[in-house]
Structures are given as structure tokens and as C-alpha cells.
Design a protein around this ligand. Structure first.
Ligand code: SAM
Length: 251
């Protein structure tokens, strides 16, 4: 493991991966192909980029830290475009078609980034590293303690899987928690409209202890959600959330 002459910015969640074996495993999960267009989130000093650029058609790497952007641009990769931008401001349909997305995410904004990516439909596979506890919430099934809004949103729209966990010891500087690499594939078939469905799920979980009838009193009074009226949001499966959403919003 080497130390970089880079002033680490904690506020930007900078923990750099320093284990070549983990880098290989992450890249394998992406299943890279010579035709692929990649969006890389938070490339940092390029530990993934360095390995990936020879395997794909092009990489678009979005990094917030101007010092790291400069460092990456100096590498003069032929097929990597580096953008100095906040990923939360990035316009997703700037890249057309079925892109693949990769990133060891900055943990302070991993959920907003994930919601943004879910709202976009131009990707075919995502390989994202989260802190382990967040990854567990993403894949958590009904009945588990960590099942919640994130689980519902991810599982309604995607097939999700934790591929492997990553020890905090393979980063520099070392973070406080372990991580997990998670893959996402869009689910086939028709889905509810994501923006309004997302609002509905958020409202359902706004008070976890409240029964559904208290979160949606109007729908309860009209009798359309009777079957679930006395259930709490953490007792309702992703498929049932879709059914309830359709009943309340689509009639
Ligand atoms: N990919 C590198 C690696 O694996 O070692 C760095 C990962 S580090 C956990 C997260 C990276 O995201 C940092 O380079 C950080 O500067 C960048 N970052 C933080 N906030 C960002 C944002 N809002 N938009 C784009 N990049 C961001």
C-alpha cells in the first residue's frame, strides 16, 4: 500500500482502495466488453480506471475534486473523459444507450446517488460499493430488521445482489466501517412511474411505526387499502407496495 501526496478530503468521502485483488474482483463484476460505455462515479486517483480503460470502448469519469481531476487528466488516457462535476448534478441522459456504471461511492451521499441512478433508465448493469450496512439494507428481504425504503425501491426496479464484502483495511485512509460491492440489473417488465412511486414509498416509511391506514387516511376511508390497513410499512413486500400504489394512484 502506498501513500499518495494527495490531501485527503474527508468531506468528499475520500477513502482510496489499495488492494489489486479487490480491484480485479470489482471489475469482473462489471463484465466489461469492448463495446461498453462506462460511467465511473468518483474515480479518485484512478485505481479502477487504470485497470478498466483497456477493457472497454470509453469511460466517462465524474469526479468532484479538482486536484484528482488534474491528476487523472495528466494520465492522458485515450478513451477516458474526466469531468469535474458533482455526480448529483450530472445529467444522466448525456450518455445514450445501455451504459454500465461503476463506482466506489463516496459514502456521505451514497443514497442520493443511488436514487438518482434508479431514476435513470439508460444503464444495463451497475457495480457499486457501499458501506456494508447500506448494502445490507438494499438487498434486505421482508421480515429482516434492515428491510425498509431502500430495499423496496431497489428491489421493485432492480435485481440486486451483494457480491462480496470488503474490509476497511484495504483502503487509505482507512474508513470506520467495512464495505460491500453490490450489483444491480434492471428488472424486466413494466414498472410504476418511479418519481411518484418513490414519493409514495417515502411517505409510507415516513413514520415506520405507523400503520398504513394512518399514513394514507384518505385511501383508508375510501376502503381501497383495507387489506393492508393495519400493517406497518416494514411488513409489506415490494410487490404489495406496487399493488397498493396502483390502487391509490391509478384507481
Ligand atoms: N474510485 C476511487 C477508489 O476506489 O479508490 C475513489 C473512491 S472514494 C470512496 C470516492 C470518490 O468520490 C473520491 O474520489 C471523491 O473525491 C469522489 N466524490 C465525492 N463526492 C463526489 C461527488 N458529489 N461527485 C463526484 N465525485 C465525488
Amino acid at each position: 500500500m502506498t501513500n499518495l501526496p494527495h490531501p485527503f478530503r474527508k468531506k468528499w468521502g475520500q477513502n482510496f482502495l489499495r488492494d489489486p485483488n479487490t480491484v480485479s474482483k470489482i471489475i469482473d463484476c462489471l463484465n466489461p466488453d469492448k463495446e461498453d460505455t462506462i460511467l465511473e462515479i468518483g474515480p479518485g486517483d484512478g485505481v479502477l480506471t487504470d485497470r478498466l480503460f483497456t477493457l472497454v470502448k470509453e469511460i466517462h469519469a465524474v469526479e468532484i475534486d479538482p486536484l484528482l481531476v488534474k491528476q487523472l487528466q495528466e494520465k492522458q488516457y485515450l478513451n477516458v473523459t474526466v469531468y469535474r462535476e458533482d455526480i448529483l448534478d450530472w445529467v444522466m441522459n448525456r450518455l445514450p444507450g445501455n451504459i454500465k456504471i461503476i463506482g466506489n461511492l463516496p459514502y456521505y451521499i451514497s443514497s442520493p446517488i443511488l436514487f438518482k441512478l434508479l431514476e435513470s433508465n439508460n444503464w444495463e448493469r451497475m457495480v457499486l460499493m457501499f458501506q456494508k450496512e447500506v448494502a445490507q439494507r438494499i438487498v434486505s428481504r421482508l421480515g429482516n430488521k434492515s428491510y425498509g425504503r431502500l430495499s423496496v425501491m431497489c428491489q421493485v426496479f432492480c435485481n440486486v445482489k451483494i457480491e462480496f464484502t470488503v474490509s476497511k483495511n484495504v483502503f487509505h485512509p482507512k474508513p470506520e466501517v467495512d464495505s460491500a460491492v453490490t450489483t444491480f440489473r434492471p428488472k424486466e417488465g413494466s414498472h410504476p412511474e418511479i418519481t411518484s412511486f418513490s414519493k409514495f414509498v417515502k411517505q409510507s416509511f415516513s413514520q415506520r411505526r405507523k400503520k398504513l391506514k394512518n399514513n394514507f387516511p384518505g385511501a383508508f376511508k375510501s376502503g381501497i387499502i383495507e387489506k393492508w390497513a393495519n400493517m406497518r410499512p416494514e411488513e409489506i413486500s415490494p410487490d404489495e407496495f406496487i399493488q397498493i400504489y396502483k390502487l391509490i394512484y391509478l384507481g
